[in-house]
Design a protein around this ligand. Structure first.
Ligand SMILES: [Zn+2]
Length: 584
């Protein structure tokens, strides 16, 4: 019976159900977690003997760059990235290549080999939504969705400046449906628009050119609209001034803006059983905190500002972050923040690509290598880990490398091991530039994350943060049958033996997706269907009509006709809309 399996006798870590290493059986029937299987069902079920092993829900990556125009620009810009890593075709799987920006097939297999089953694309420019969906549809094995880039959108800047929140909300709702996207992404609010004029924005109250809107107004407007519409996830913020010495101050001030915005997640879904309240309680999800946390005034005197932001987050409950760790080695930096990439280009002189996406946003791409011998890179390594170790409550943190910005997602095993092993951190300190130790607090941290913490950072919290707990991030009855089995016996876990941990995280013993075994020890063994999630947000028809009259009027400035703007459902693999109840 496809999608029916029993995973027996493993040590189960399921934080949303407060299960911390209990020896249990997990049963999945027709792709969903069930309480048990009847004798007849057991006869036909596959059985995994997970004795002495660790069992977690399938990995959930809530921020990764895996599909769309800028990812593909990264592939084209970097043939050298493809010589080094390639994958042969098998009777089941496609060939593929690419280390930091793998081809779509390879990236699906690589994620699954590590135990991940769900990945959300972090930035979809509306005009590139079709392309993004084409690549997501072709990426095997992963359930996916994407966040729509809206922080510098002409229509929204205009509506927000006019104080017309109703139309702005109707626009956001319509855009989610039109492009089949899931949540609001806000990149360098008001600043990317200035990049069209060769400029940026450096303070929260600086108005941009023409629209005369400030980052503060954009952040405030979007976070209020997000809750008015009852969106699954908080506004996903990439703060201003990214990657500049001293940027930690504007980051902290940006986080203060949505403090007091009341969360209102209103989705019409069937929730999987969880012991914890599955609903969202954060009004802002800040991405890649590390890149937004530099203190100091220049690259000569820069130091970590993570402690200051972590102290703020430790005292507040409306913020959740992902880390954007930099695990050393090759990376490809890509973001909707065009001016930030230009600055990196002037710093490195590397080959560089920049795009302006008409009235909707922009982006830049540049290859980058993080070196242990480089003072700033070493500091960044320490800062990324500080993001996850200085914030006390694991339910406020999510593990990412902002793949491939800080490094490819295939480096997650390194990050996981640094978090769990002080000995491994010490080993790395001894190999890298002394700035890592001298200019951060990491050297004084002896916290070591447990497997339970790790399950929060890589499964439960990303799912909870983005409003996917109705299906993902837990092993409660009704959840999708996505499971990772690691060959780790928690009773014998030794953080000092970090080499063993590294090996284990690189290749899950089993990856189960929808109740089917898809990978064994890193080898892909089946390719079940996947899904694409998006938010179908409802607002009153009359509001939508009024707003659309404006949009159609402005469409004469676009390079394509209004009728060709929407992304049809056929671009999606198993389109799975989530009904969001809007203002009703
Ligand atoms: Zn990102």
């Amino acid at each position: 019976m496809a999608g029916t399996i029993a995973i027996k006798n493993g040590y189960v870590f399921d934080p949303l159900n407060e299960i911390n290493g209990e020896i249990m059986d997990i049963f999945i029937k027709d792709g969903k977690v069930v309480k048990d299987l009847s004798a007849a069902e057991m006869k036909n079920a596959k059985v995994i003997d997970a004795s002495g092993m660790t069992v977690m829900p399938g990995g959930v990556d809530s921020h990764s760059h895996v599909a769309g125009a800028k990812v593909n620009a990264g592939r084209m810009l970097r043939p050298e990235d493809h010589y080094k890593a390639n994958l042969q075709k098998t009777s089941l799987t496609h060939s593929g290549s690419g280390y930091t920006v793998p081809s779509v097939y390879k990236q699906g297999y690589d994620y699954a080999a590590m135990g991940y089953t769900t990945v959300f694309e972090a930035a979809v420019p509306p005009l590139e939504a079709r392309h993004t969906h084409e690549e997501m549809r072709t990426t095997p094995l992963l359930d996916m969705g994407g966040y729509l880039v809206l922080g510098n959108n002409f229509f929204l800047m205009r509506y927000l400046k006019e104080g017309n929140t109703e139309k702005a909300a109707a626009y956001v709702a319509w855009m989610m449906k039109t492009h089949k996207t899931y949540g609001i992404k806000c990149v360098n609010p008001a600043g990317v628009e200035n990049w069209g004029w060769g400029k940026n924005i450096s303070s929260l109250d600086e108005a941009n050119i023409h629209f005369e809107i400030t980052p503060r107004e954009v952040i405030k407007g979007l976070t209020e609209i997000n809750e008015r519409l009852g969106m699954p996830m908080p506004v996903h913020l990439h703060a201003n001034n990214l990657g500049h010495p001293g940027c930690y101050a504007i980051t902290k001030d940006s986080l203060k803006i949505p403090d007091g915005v009341k969360t209102r997640q209103k989705m019409d879904v069937e929730w999987a059983e969880t012991k914890m309240d599955p609903s969202r309680d954060r009004s802002v999800y800040l991405t890649h905190l590390m890149f937004n946390s530099f203190a100091g005034t220049t690259w000569a005197d820069c130091e970590s500002g993570v402690k200051d932001i972590a102290d703020y987050i430790n005292n507040k409950d409306h913020v959740v972050i992902d880390s954007g760790c930099t695990p050393f080695g090759e990376a490809t930096v890509m973001t909707g923040d065009g001016p930030a990439i230009h600055d990196l280009y002037t710093l490195t002189g590397n080959k560089w690509s920049n795009t302006d996406v008409e009235m909707e946003g922009g982006s830049g791409v540049i290859p980058f290598t993080y070196l242990k011998s480089n003072p700033v890179h070493s500091l960044q390594w320490a800062m990324g880990l500080e993001c996850l170790l200085l914030i006390n409550d694991p339910w406020k943190t999510i593990l990412t490398t902002d793949s491939p910005n800080g490094g490819p997602f295939t480096k997650y095993p390194e990050v996981m091991t640094w978090l769990m092993s002080e000995a491994f951190r010490k080993q790395t300190f001894s190999e890298c530039h002394k700035w890592a130790n001298d200019r951060s607090e990491l050297g004084g941290v002896n916290r070591e994350l447990s497997l339970y913490d790790l399950a929060i950072l890589t499964r439960a919290n990303p799912a909870k943060t983005i409003g996917m707990v109705h299906r993902k991030g837990s092993l409660g009855v009704g959840a999708d049958g996505d499971v990772t089995v690691y060959n780790i016996n928690p009773q014998q876990l030794d953080p000092n033996n970090y080499e063993a941990l590294l090996q284990t995280f690189r290749k899950a013993e089993y990856t189960v997706k929808g109740g089917e075994i898809v990978a064994i020890k890193g080898e892909i063994v089946s390719l079940p269907e996947k899904r694409t999630y998006y938010s179908e947000v409802h607002v009153e028809d009359e509001r939508e009509k009024e707003m659309l009259a404006d949009v159609k009027e402005w469409f004469r400035y676009y390079t394509l006709g209004f009728a060709n703007y929407p992304t049809p459902e056929k671009y999606l693999a198993n389109p799975t809309p989530i009904q969001v109840n809007g203002e009703r």
